[in-house]
Design a protein around this ligand. Structure first.
Ligand code: CP3
Length: 347
């Protein structure tokens, strides 16, 4: 099989013979083989074994026929290297043992040491660079989303303590954003040097902010991250997470190639809001995957029809797959997206 570069071409708004597709959280508990591995090892234990982490990354590529792989890791992994002690607890998510609450806590965060503390991640990327016949997407969590875990100590609904720091101690907040921004830049640069072919910055929870707070407290760091990495030719994706439709018009100076959309905005409207310079990625509501396949296909069809209106579209979900998703339906959906878009493009 020859190398499949449809995903990279679509990120660059070049023509493709069919739409590329991958799914956020495509390596996961919907797959019985993954669940078997998880009976033996935790997420962090898998990540520390590069051969196994590479294998888990490749499983959905083989099983689903997707056009890109996403590194098996977690947004929390790099924070171990800056001095944060955490676990990823099944059905909860990241739990931090030493949350950040004060100036002294921010002060004690160290610079990231990728080669020293995260060599297993780099080794996994090197293995995948040799093995894969589709592009490898690597990723990092964005500063707001990471900060929300570091400050709250666990997943949160209202981000009360996070916003308390933002509103009450803006100087401290900006110091934290700066430190996390530096961490992200060094980490993503090391991914690309090891063989990553694109990266996605996950800002899963930043949609909790009003646009003017986003612009004041978060956007400068997002702009800095993409600007400092703009010498890299590999495509760069910013995913502003769930409920981010109102933030889209503020992204115009972000030097990313692609913006990820959630399902609360249509592809056409999302494109209009972010502006012509970006390719877009999204945005099937992952809960639609619980429906019969005909219903899933009809939702996919309307996304594809809008996606094909302009070059620069990558099919994805609006957020991560649930463990309840079905492997069979995901295979059928992937085939359908390829077939339907190839037909539409050839007409
Ligand atoms: O397949 C892939 O997408 C690659 C692997 C990946 C994981 N986490 C592995 C994982 C990616 C891209 C992430 C990113 C991530 N992690 C995000 C951003 C994406 C998003 O969903 O918005 C966030 C917010 C996290 C933090 C996190 N880690 C949460 C909220 C959870 C869920 C907890 C649970 O048990 O439901 C995790 C754990 C996690 N990370 C799992 C996986 C496959 C599930 C648990 C497991 O299999 O052990």
């Amino acid at each position: 099989m020859s190398y499949n570069d449809r995903f990279i071409r679509a990120c660059r708004k070049e023509n493709v013979d069919r739409l590329p597709v991958w799914y956020m959280r495509q390596a996961g508990r919907y797959d019985p083989d993954y669940r078997k591995i998880k009976e033996k090892y935790s997420l962090l234990e898998i990540c520390k074994q590069p051969e196994l982490a590479a294998e888990v990354t490749m499983m959905p590529v083989r099983k689903l026929g997707v056009d890109a792989a996403i590194l098996y890791s977690d947004i929390m992994n790099p924070v171990a290297s800056i001095g944060i002690d955490f676990d990823i607890v099944q059905n909860i998510g990241p739990v931090i043992h030493n949350p950040i609450r004060s100036a002294a806590d921010v002060d004690r965060l160290r610079p990231i040491d990728v080669e020293g503390d995260l060599s297993h991640v780099i080794e996994t990327i090197r293995i995948l660079d040799r093995e894969l016949e589709v592009p490898l997407i690597t990723f990092a969590g964005a500063p707001f989303t990471i900060a929300s875990y570091l400050i709250e100590g666990r997943p949160s609904k209202n981000y009360l303590r996070t916003k308390e720091m933002m509103y009450s101690e803006p100087k401290l907040w900006h110091q934290l954003m700066d430190k996390l921004g530096d961490m992200v830049i060094a980490y993503l640069r090391a991914h690309i040097a090891a063989g990553g072919k694109a990266f996605q910055l996950f800002d899963s929870w930043v949609g909790a902010l009003a646009p003017k707070d986003f612009e004041q407290f978060v956007l400068p760091t997002i702009e800095r991250i993409f600007s400092e990495l703009s010498d890299l030719e590999q495509p760069k994706i910013y995913f502003p997470g769930v409920s981010s439709a109102e933030l889209l018009p503020t992204l115009k100076n972000v030097q990313a190639d692609v913006v990820g959309l959630d399902w609360r905005v249509s592809i056409a409207e999302g494109r209009r809001r972010v502006g012509e310079q970006f390719a877009v990625q999204g945005n099937l509501d992952p809960t639609v995957l619980t429906a019969p396949i005909e219903v899933i296909e009809s939702y996919a069809r309307s996304i594809i029809d809008e996606g094909l209106e302009k070059p620069g579209f990558i099919f994805n979900l609006g957020h991560g797959l649930f463990p309840e998703a079905s492997l069979e339906k995901l295979k059928l959906l992937t085939e359908y997206i390829h077939r339907y878009s190839a037909d539409a493009i050839s007409k």
